[in-house]
Design a protein around this ligand. Structure first.
Ligand SMILES: Nc1ncnc2c1ncn2[C@@H]1O[C@H](COP(=O)(O)OP(=O)(O)OP(=O)(O)O)[C@@H](O)[C@H]1O
Ligand SMILES: [Mg+2]
Length: 406
């Protein structure tokens, strides 16, 4: 009887005990997991907080890395970026690099890393300490005047932030060396794609949709300088080689280092020596040095003509009457029959005549000789938006890849 009772008790107690142990173990695991998650999140917060108080430049880099033209704010109807992170970057200004750091980044300024050579110096591709790619511009040294302009340029570039402008990551003013460090745009300049050197067959022709989007992106860049900056900034050297393309062929405007704010005006106009590039300089600027935002609109019109025709602004190898792109194009732009004949032959079959006529009309008003009749760049942006939108909805956008021809 006692043995039977004992057996009975054991039969009930043992499984209950096992279940109890299992429940307790499960609860313990849950408790431990919850504790470890809490402690790890608090460590992250603390460490990032410490980092931010130690090194603001690292934050700038992180922002630059996460700064993509694919962000909503860079879409056609969107407003320009003004995230908290970007505001922080605006306050922080550019990162200061030592010459040694940049020497390391470019493999001792190796000729293999040269990506361009402009009027202001040689441009190298480099990889910064944190692994980020950069375009490093080594400036010519030009005495005290050059030093003042360098400071002004750094100051201006550090204050202007838009996803349609090439970002200044930092600068180097180490002893006699003066360098600017920009975000790297892997597809280089628009000039390289529209007018590749005859021996260079590495570039495919940009298609109509891509050209339209580039036209809109860089109009947005100028719009930022003219309309969203106080006082307005005049680019002064807007041209194909100062339009850079990212991996998705989204365009950003560069080299507004030559830009001067509209504040140094005399009777409402900036008076200056002509500094732009031949073929892009507005007539009033070339003849009198008078410079307004409308001078940029003229240069923009020339770029639009290059996108339409694939021709360079000045080409003395062409027959007489065709040397200047603007003079050759103007009478054709408003002629419904002739306009088709002037389009880059590689674009054949890619555009509707209606769209072509509209783009040609925009180019025509931009390059007219009377500055006051040229549109504001904001008007250009508004006219291009529907064209780009309809183009994107009808044809799926193809990414252009630079494919070496075998
Ligand atoms: N941020 C960048 N990312 C990628 N490539 C760049 C960058 N900046 C410049 N480059 C390349 O270097 C080339 C030279 O640039 P640079 O601005 O020095 O001269 P430029 O624009 O050709 O002439 P200019 O001196 O009259 O402005 C550009 O055409 C481009 O191919
Ligand atoms: Mg340039």
């Amino acid at each position: 009887m006692t043995i039977l009772a004992l057996n009975h008790i054991l039969l009930i107690a043992v499984p209950s005990l096992i279940v109890l142990i299992l429940v307790i173990t499960f609860l313990l695991i849950l408790l431990l997991k919850w504790k470890s998650r809490n402690s790890s999140s608090s460590t992250t917060t603390t460490s990032s907080f410490r980092k931010s108080s130690i090194d603001k430049s690292q934050i700038s880099n992180a922002i630059a890395i996460g700064y993509s033209p694919d962000m909503r704010s860079c879409m056609y109807n969107g407003k320009l970026i003004c995230s908290t992170a970007l505001k922080e970057r605006k306050r922080g200004g550019g990162q200061v690099f030592t010459y040694k750091e940049l020497e390391l980044a470019t493999d001792g300024f190796s000729p293999e890393n040269v990506i361009g050579n402009g009027g202001f110096g040689v441009v190298f591709r480099g990889v910064l300490r944190d692994g980020m790619e950069a375009a490093i511009k080594v400036l010519h040294r030009e005495g005290k005047q050059g030093e003042r302009e360098f400071r002004m340029e750094v100051d201006l570039l550090s204050r202007l932030h838009s996803c349609y402008l090439v970002t200044l990551l930092g600068y180097c003013a180490d002893q006699q060396h003066r360098l600017l460090v920009f975000e790297f745009l892997p597809n280089g300049s628009l000039h390289r794609h529209l007018h590749p050197a005859p021996c260079n067959h590495h570039y495919r022709s940009l298609d109509w949709g891509t050209r339209l989007r580039i036209a809109l992106d860089c109009a947005r860049g100028l719009e930022f300088l003219h309309e969203h900056t106080v006082p307005a900034v005049i680019h002064r050297d807007f041209k194909c080689s100062n339009i850079l393309l990212d991996h998705n062929f989204r365009a950003k405007v560069s080299d507004f280092g030559m830009a001067r704010t509209g504040s140094d005006k005399v009777n409402g106009q900036v008076m200056t020596r002509v500094l732009g590039t031949s073929g892009y300089v507005a007539p009033e600027n070339a003849s009198t040095g008078r410079l307004t935002t409308k001078s940029d609109v003229y240069s923009y019109g020339v770029v639009l003509l290059e996108l339409l025709t694939g021709r360079v602004p000045v080409d003395i190898t062409r027959p007489p009457g065709e040397h200047s792109l603007v003079s050759w194009a103007l009478p054709r732009l408003t002629n419904r029959e002739k306009v088709v004949e002037m389009v880059d032959p590689t674009l054949q079959g890619q555009y509707s005549k209606k769209d072509l006529i509209q783009v040609a009309a925009i180019a025509a008003v931009c390059v007219q000789s009377e500055a006051e009749y040229r549109p504001l760049i904001t008007d250009v942006v508004q006219s291009l938006i529907p064209l780009v939108k309809s183009q994107e909805s009808t044809s799926r956008y193809h990414h252009h890849i630079v494919v070496p021809v075998l």
